[in-house]
Design a protein around this ligand. Structure first.
Ligand SMILES: Cc1ncc(C[n+]2csc(CCOP(=O)(O)OP(=O)(O)O)c2C)c(N)n1
Ligand SMILES: [Mg+2]
Length: 805
């Protein structure tokens, strides 16, 4: 259980008094700057919108001691840190004092192109290792980055990173994703991970019940973490050691958080009375131990918590360093609003100091009059410590290994597939072939949340093995078996427990390993497509931080048929189209799967502009011969180009039904598994004298982006011929008045945008109800995406074009 760091160590051994005084002075300035930054944004900067600007003075102040201890004493080069979202001003204040942020930015908190409301690794001007904002996500990110560190160290020998630290708000531990990470076996034993919990016992609305801290410590302990606490500061500890001190400790330990929070806001005489009179026992001892403490000192002593005591914190951090084989969590007891007049107030989350309170604070924190944004003079002890700390933090990082160039990724590797196969099987056949392809193969790492075999990663796993920091005994020995589960440090598949939140967080951080760890990885995850939604928050987080990863959602839609309604995805296609930073492909054929996967690799190699890639795959066997005529007509290179640009005409009416007039044209636009049904529908329509093109929309997101760009060009009146992108070959100019039918094993809405591109009628077929078990044919019929439904929709679309409702 929670350890108290040994108090036997001599204080002077932990920190010299002069340095302690310097740290105290730096923290005063950091507290001022962080509070003043928020004040300026809210009360000084012009605000024509009149919407509250915000910023969290209380949340920032509660980690001010922790941040000062970390950055001006503890951290070194290669340490990567995540800061709780609402303390971004405190973080920027520290970066300013370290010389990593220009003074001009101090007046730009929450302004356009200024300091972001929450730490952002992509948008803030100073170095931010991990973005935070949605509580719980930034908290766990460093632990997954440490997994990338461990993996890269085992595989490539050198890394640029060292320790991975998260400073969390205590209410972040309410989020389930935190516990999914804490109990994840793949993260076990990461001795370079430290979480510092800012235990101010307050969240947004409320004071957190006291029993929680004890429970939380027990949970971490049970999960194999090293638990330490910085509960009381040295002043309070000294009182506990005096006669009657044990009674005071019991009184404070046993009182509710709400009572403690109220006590620390009282004047000394009332505080003294409440402490004694409010006790059920030991009143005499309490009065005795409090008697020698003056009224001037009493409030400071009673609110003296370990998270605001440098010596106590540094003592705990020393205990952290002594532990190498498991992650550590330090519960640092703090006061929300520490050092401010709003300290401990239950409603202080968004509270802002008034003008008068700011003035008093400036005087109390000895900020130079007339220079509220002052740094320390270079030749002052504080200035010297700031400089020395900045140098220590910057000290020679090992150089990062070079990133592969997109040109080093093959365009195709020509895997052969049977005549009938699914895209899921195709991926399973392609990956093992890539294992040995230099230079990309060794950089591929796969991840699955307990679905590796059911998403067809078996062949890959047999080839490359499972990653484990230490070799695990293989009790199955050399017995012949379909899947060899060899766990070694050389393995290239990371198997997670069933947590899609962990999957996307792991992929996200592995996909940033070049930036955070100094070694590039190409992470590929597999997940049942419906459960993409289960990990959606961390998927969005990973895209927001511009990670470069690949994942296959498979199987998808109702095409998986007998598996039933609970496993049928529908809205994921829309996510693929709509999420920024994500490239989405829904291939139908095996060779398309290969080309789109390799495009995903190229995206991972373009660290600046590359996107993550989502392949929406299926278990439906597809007749591969259907693509042959188009392959012959366009040639492999051109077909591949069109596939990657978003789509191609797999049935071109100019070839299939040249005798039918232009007025009879209808476009059948199908994505992924629905292409064969659309082809069959086109044949039937030809019998009705309707000329149907079938467009295989391999990349609906890219096509949507092209549509957007086309309109933008028109609105902006760009000179010269418009870049029509895939529309040039999908909808040639003479066919742009033809109506469209879309068919997709996904929500019908996803492709309905196509009608708007050239302003024609569109009938969208898709899955807009929850599914059920059944044969594929039955399910296609009841959802209205089978061949009959496509034919009927096309006939209706033709009527629409002719003006009939
Ligand atoms: C996922 C999510 N839900 C809700 C919020 C809104 N919110 C912002 S801060 C906060 C409470 C945070 O409390 P704590 O983590 O203890 O930090 P403190 O403010 O005490 O420093 C909440 C609920 C959020 N940012 N993210
Ligand atoms: Mg809190």
């Amino acid at each position: 259980m929670a350890q108290h760091a040994p108090r036997t160590a001599d204080e002077a051994d932990i920190i010299q008094p002069e340095e302690l005084a310097t740290l105290e002075s730096i923290q005063r300035r950091a507290l001022w700057l962080s509070t003043a930054m928020i004040d300026h944004a809210n009360h000084v900067r012009p605000n024509p919108d009149k919407t509250k600007v915000g910023g969290h003075q209380a949340s920032s102040s509660s980690i001010i001691t922790i941040l000062t201890a970390l950055y001006f004493r503890y951290l070194g080069a290669g340490d990567r840190v995540s800061i709780k979202p609402h303390a971004s001003p405190a973080y920027h204040a520290v970066q300013y004092l370290l010389g990593n942020l220009d003074r001009d930015y101090l007046t730009t908190l929450r302004a356009y192109k200024g300091l972001q409301s929450y730490p952002s690794r992509t948008k803030d001007p100073d170095p931010v290792d991990f973005s935070t904002g949605s509580v719980g996500l930034g908290a766990v990110a460093p632990a997954f980055a440490a997994l990338a560190h461990r993996y890269c160290q085992a595989h490539f020998g050198s890394v640029t990173s060292n320790r991975f630290i998260a400073v969390l708000g205590d209410a972040e531990l309410d989020e389930g994703n935190v516990w999914e990470a804490v109990t994840e076996e793949a993260l076990a034993g990461l001795g370079n991970v430290l979480w510092i919990i800012d235990l101010n016992r307050q969240s947004l609305d409320r004071i957190i019940p006291g029993v929680r801290a004890a429970r939380l410590k027990a949970l971490f302990d049970a999960a194999g973490w090293h638990v330490i606490e910085a509960k009381y500061g040295r002043r309070l500890q000294a009182v506990y050691d005096a006669p009657g001190g044990a009674a005071l400790r019991r009184r404070i330990d046993e009182m509710s958080n709400a009572e403690y929070q109220s006590l620390i806001r009282l004047d000394a005489p009332t505080l003294r009375r409440r402490l004694v009179d409010g006790a059920l026992t030991e009143r005499h001892e309490l009065a005795e131990v409090l008697a020698p403490i003056s009224d001037d000192d009493l409030p400071g002593v009673i609110s003296d918590l370990g998270g605001h005591d440098f010596v106590e914190l540094l003592r705990c951090l020393r205990a952290v360093d002594a532990e190498r084989d498991r992650p550590s969590v330090l519960f640092a007891y703090t006061v929300k609003g520490w050092g401010l007049p709003i300290a401990g107030d239950p409603m202080n989350h968004s509270a802002l100091l008034t003008h008068d309170q700011m003035e008093q604070l400036r005087a109390a924190l000895v900020v130079p009059v007339g220079d509220v944004w002052a740094r320390f003079p270079d030749d002052s002890p504080e200035g010297r410590l700031c400089r020395a700390s900045a140098e220590r933090l910057r000290a020679a990082d090992a150089p990062a290994a070079p990133v592969l160039a997109p040109e080093q990724i093959p365009t195709a590797i020509g895997v052969r597939h049977p005549a009938q196969t699914s895209t899921q099987e195709a991926l399973g056949r392609i990956l093992p072939r890539l294992a040995e392809v230099e230079p990309v193969g060794p950089r591929i790492v796969t991840v699955a949340p307990d679905v590796a075999t059911s998403t067809h990663l078996g062949g890959w796993i047999n080839r490359v093995g499972i990653f484990s920091p230490a070799e695990q005994p293989d009790y199955e020995g050399d017995q012949p078996r379909i899947l060899r589960w060899r766990e070694t440090p050389a393995g290239r598949h990371v198997e997670l427990g069933i947590s899609e939140m962990n999957l996307f967080m792991a992929l996200g951080q592995l996909g940033l390993s070049h930036e955070l760890v100094g070694q590039q990885l190409i992470p590929i995850g597999t997940v049942y497509d419906p459960f993409v939604c289960r990990g959606l928050d961390s998927l969005i987080y990973s895209l927001y931080v511009e990670s470069k990863m690949i994942f296959a959602g498979t199987p998808s839609g109702v095409s998986l048929s007998p598996e039933g309604g609970a496993h049928q995805s529908s809205v994921t296609a829309s996510l693929g189209i709509e999420l920024p930073g994500l490239l989405y492909f829904e291939p139908c054929f095996a060779n398309e799967t290969e080309w789109t996967l390799l495009e995903g690799f190229r995206q991972c190699c373009d660290r600046e502009h590359g996107h993550s890639t989502y392949l929406r795959l299926s278990t439906k066997p597809i007749d591969q011969r259907l693509i042959e005529p188009t392959l012959a007509r366009l040639g492999e290179e051109e077909l591949r180009r069109q596939v990657l640009a978003g789509g191609y005409r797999i049935v071109d009416r100019r070839v299939a039904t040249p005798q039918l007039p232009l007025e009879s044209v209808v476009h059948l636009v199908a994505a992924g598994t629905m292409v064969p049904e659309a082809i069959a529908a086109a044949e039937r329509l030809a019998e009705e004298e309707i000329a149907a093109n079938v467009i295989n929309l391999t990349g609906p997101g890219r096509v949507y982006q092209a549509a957007r760009a086309l309109r933008r060009q028109a609105i902006d009146d760009v000179a010269g011929p418009a870049d029509e992108g895939p529309f040039a070959w999908l909808f040639p100019p003479d066919e742009r008045r033809a109506p469209i039918v879309t068919v997709h094993d996904a929500a019908s809405h996803a492709l309905s945008f196509l009608g708007g591109v050239f302003g024609v009628p569109v009938v969208s077929l898709g899955v807009d109800q929850f599914g059920q078990s059944g044969l594929r044919g039955d399910l296609y019929r009841v959802t209205g995406i089978d061949t009959d439904a496509i034919v009927a929709a096309a006939l209706h679309a033709v009527e629409l074009r002719e003006g009939r409702p």
